[in-house]
Design a protein around this ligand. Structure first.
Ligand SMILES: *Cc1c(COP(=O)(O)O)cnc(C)c1O
Length: 403
């Protein structure tokens, strides 16, 4: 079995076969943990020869990884049509910052989607600005404004879909095409759908980034990030990561690889439960809006149906005319939903967030929304029984309305 053989199989199979081409592949099913800083050479001539090579999957020194990390990279590359390779980073945010640092230089302008993950915005406004990279936010739903935002120094475009918290689905193929025509490199934070739900490079993006901490790890016990790209940009990413000294531990890589094997069935189940809960929520009088592209009838659903082959368990809803205290009564009464950051694990989570004007280019609160509908909750749906989760939410709403 080799990575090349993987290409003739569908994604569900590639989750199982990916990353199993190493020397160990005939002896054990999943690659073992290779802990190594020093790699040994056969001779001085061997040492000298390897030094100049800098090829993937070659022993050199621990910072370039060992078979466990290589196996994970190989499996992620096999999952991403159009990818030549995958670079691993110690967190999702490290992958975003590392990829941006690898493609940008002083004097460049970076366009950032206005609905990007908040720490991505902070990296643009902080670190990158300090290194002489300017940024502009743009509304990813307004293609004319996007085109108008380019100047002759625009080097890169940072996209995310669906929008962080607000869950809009923009037309990634169209935005990536415009970026390419303008000579800019497009990067997509594809953490929500993963390569299973949205093959980003095939849809026109140059670099696709995933917080493996979420669905791929899947068990809320490990942090990691990845960036995959075709040959040209993969080389840049890899060099950038080497110069930044980025490396992930083999123990963590083994955990993420173990998570990856079951990601397909977890996402299917979590998507189905999330859709059922979204439908249950939208039918309630005390819910003003449900923000999920998987929900038929929403404006984002058509584009999601067109471009995506799957979803996940993450979505949000806005309470109708309730205050913060009422929202806290609801969340605090939940038994099965933990209160915490992150998402994509096997357990359900609930997180409060406010509908406040945090966007600079997009209408948020959305046009036509009532001013009194301000308190929102983001849910990450895990693998619990659907009926149990609905009963838990019903008890939460009862506590809210009794208060
Ligand atoms: C969590 C998250 C990240 C960052 O991942 P970490 O591993 O927590 O650094 C990036 N993008 C999105 C969309 C995320 O949800």
């Amino acid at each position: 079995m080799s990575a090349a053989d993987d290409s003739k199989h569908r994604a569900a199979t590639r989750l199982v076969t990916g990353g199993r081409s190493g020397d160990f592949a005939n002896s054990v099913v999943n690659p073992p943990v290779w802990r190594a800083s020093t790699h040994l050479y056969d001779s001085c001539a061997d040492l000298r020869a390897r030094k100049s090579e800098n090829a993937d999957g070659q022993f050199f020194y621990g910072r370039r990884g060992a078979p466990t990390q290589w196996a994970l990279s190989e499996a992620l590359t096999a999952l991403e049509p159009g990818a030549a390779g995958t670079v691993l980073y110690p967190s999702g945010l490290a992958a975003i910052a590392g990829a941006l640092l690898a493609v940008l230089r002083k004097g460049d302008v970076l366009l950032v989607a206005d609905n990007a993950y908040d720490p991505t915005r902070s990296t643009a406004m902080g670190l990158l600005q300090n290194f002489g990279v300017e940024h502009r936010f743009f509304d990813p739903l307004d293609h004319e404004a996007f085109e108008a935002a380019f100047c002759d120094r625009t080097r890169a475009v940072m996209l995310e879909v669906p929008g962080s918290l607000t869950m809009e689905v923009c037309d990634i193929p169209a935005l990536a095409r415009i970026a390419r025509e303008k000579g800019a490199v497009s990067l997509l934070d594809n953490t929500w759908a993963t390569a299973l739900g949205f093959p980003a490079l095939e849809r026109g993006c140059d670099i696709t980034i995933t917080a493996l901490t979420k669905h791929v790890g899947g068990h809320s016990d490990v942090m990691m990030g990845a960036a995959s790209a075709g040959d040209r940009w993969y080389r840049r990413l890899r060099l950038g990561a080497q110069q930044l000294g980025q490396v992930v531990s083999p123990d963590d890589a083994a955990l993420v690889l173990r998570g990856l094997r079951t990601m397909g069935v977890r996402l299917e189940r979590q998507s189905a439960t999330a859709l059922a809960l979204a439908e249950w929520l939208i039918a309630r009088d005390d819910v003003a809006h449900v923000l999920s592209p998987m929900l038929p009838g929403t404006p984002d659903h058509a584009i999601w149906k067109r471009d995506f082959t799957g979803g996940c368990g993450l979505f949000s809803f806005v309470l109708a005319g309730r205050d913060d205290a009422a929202r806290c009564r609801l969340i605090d009464a939940l038994d099965l939903f933990g209160i915490g950051y992150s998402w994509g694990g096997f357990e359900s989570l609930a997180l409060p967030f406010d509908v406040e004007p945090v966007r600079s280019e997009m209408a948020w609160p959305k046009e036509g929304w009532g001013l009194e509908d301000r308190y929102a909750i983001r849910l990450s749906i895990g693998l619990e029984d659907k009926g149990d989760l609905i009963a838990d939410l019903a008890a939460g709403f009862a506590a809210m309305n009794e208060g």
